[in-house]
Every structure is written in structure tokens, then in C-alpha cells.
Design a protein around this ligand. Sequence first.
Ligand code: DGP
Length: 116
Amino acid sequence: MAEETIFSKIIRKEIPAQILYQDELVTAFRDINPKAPTHILIVPNTLIPTVNDVEPEHELALGRLFTVARKLAADAGIAEDGYRLIMNCNRHGGQEVYHIHMHLVGGKSLGPLLCC
Ligand code: DGP
């Protein structure tokens, strides 16, 4: 059984966060340490620690991440200019919180994919 992270508490509204969207499958809230004018995290409500733990039964929730990303990008007015969706996995991917999440980042030109 994977250990819960702070994101489970945010999903259950036990600790504060700026929640922008929530349904039965996913929750979206503003990143506490934004890297761009728009920086939103979209997470499945169920705990999946990393992309390495994804199973076919998760496909519905993980697909929902994209439809919610599309909606939130439109709401933020960044859809036409564009944005970046990021998922980090484990140490080399730079993952800090072990509850799978999609970063929706935009509102400025983001430059090349990787900075080292
Ligand atoms: P990652 O490196 O992909 O695991 O990104 C984790 C992100 O989670 C990082 O950008 C900061 C954000 N974060 C960590 N703790 C909290 C928190 O308590 N609240 C919110 N809103 N964001 C958090």
C-alpha cells in the first residue's frame, strides 16, 4: 500500500489549496511554487505514486487529466498561445511528490523542453 502524500489531503480538503476543478476522478489546484504565470497541478483522486505504477484500470482518470487540462488552459486564456504539460517520474525525472500529477504550465514563452 503506497503512502499518502500532501496531495491526498488537498483532494479531501483537509488542508488548503486553490482548487480550480474537482470531480469524481481528478482534482486541479494551483502549484504552491509556480514556475510561470499559470502553473496548475492536475491529479487523480486515487493515489498512484508514479507513472511506473499506472495500470489499465487508471486509464479513465488519467485520460480525464487531459480533458481537464484543456478546459483549464482555455479558462486561463492560454490555449491559443500554448502551454506545456509535464509529468515527472522518480528521481531522475525530478519528482518530489509521489502522487502522480500533471503540471499545466503557461502564460509565457517556456523555451526549450529541457534545461540542465
Ligand atoms: P514534482 O516535482 O513533479 O513532484 O512537482 C511537485 C509540485 O508540487 C511542485 O511544483 C510543488 C507542488 N507542491 C508541493 N507541495 C504542495 C502543496 O502543499 N500545495 C500545493 N498547492 N502544491 C504543492
